[in-house]
Design a protein around this ligand. Structure first.
Ligand code: MD6
Ligand code: FE
Length: 203
């Protein structure tokens, strides 16, 4: 582990990475608040499981998703076009808390629900045109902790694994989406659900 810096009473871990910026606050929300958000989101978000095409074959995505936005713009990724739901008060509240820590004009949130260890999210970068050149993405994790893997696209020595804890905030910025890939791998552990919210700015 690299050293911890302190900012606004919350531990910040900021590794010195080549070609990108990553910020991680493990205890962004206290346990009780994180649990309350987790329960509400599990019950109230319009979760869906979308089909995706992988090597020409149609599968269901190995997780549930939902898109919420202050705009009516659609968001396309993995050959999918998602039409957003309007933002809800709880999502607005989480968004305000994030921007108090990391000011940025996020307008859209993509939610993922990993129902158990078999659900996953394969190697990808969030580099869709609608996000602009060097997007800032803020990610909240709730529920079961899962490993998050990062690897540089061309420099095999640059790899990173971190455990995304209940109530944590991760921000990726700078050239991260241009030069790095990330994933949530499957795990054989018998584990419960995890919810992830990634706030973005759709242009
Ligand atoms: C997840 N997160 O944590 C998936 N992408 O379940 C992401 O794919 C992600 O956490 C961009 C920025 C932050 C993220
Ligand atoms: Fe991502």
């Amino acid at each position: 582990m690299q050293p911890l810096l302190f900012q606004n009473d919350k531990n910040l871990w900021k590794p010195d990475l080549r070609d990108g910026e990553l910020f991680y606050w493990p205890n962004f929300f206290d346990h009780e608040k994180a649990t309350s958000y987790y329960q509400t989101l599990l019950e109230t978000i319009a979760w869906q499981q979308d089909p995706v095409k992988v090597f020409g074959k149609i599968h269901l995505q190995p997780r549930l998703t939902a898109l919420y936005s202050t705009t009516k713009k659609t968001y396309s990724y993995s050959n999918l076009t998602l039409k957003p739901h309007p933002m809800t008060p709880i999502l607005e509240e989480i968004l305000e808390e994030i921007t108090a820590q990391y000011p940025h004009c996020f307008n859209t949130v993509l939610l993922n629900q990993y129902r158990d260890g078999k659900d996953s999210n394969g190697w990808h970068a969030d580099n869709e045109k609608e996000l602009g050149k060097h997007p800032v993405i803020a990610s909240i994790s709730l529920g079961e902790a899962r490993f998050f893997h990062l690897k540089h696209r061309t420099d095999a020595a640059q790899r990173l694994k971190l455990k995304l804890e209940h109530g944590s905030l991760l921000v990726m910025a700078g050239a991260m989406q241009e030069f790095w890939l990330h994933q949530i791998p499957k795990t054989a552990q018998p584990i419960g659900p995890r919810i992830n919210l990634t706030f973005r700015k759709l242009i």
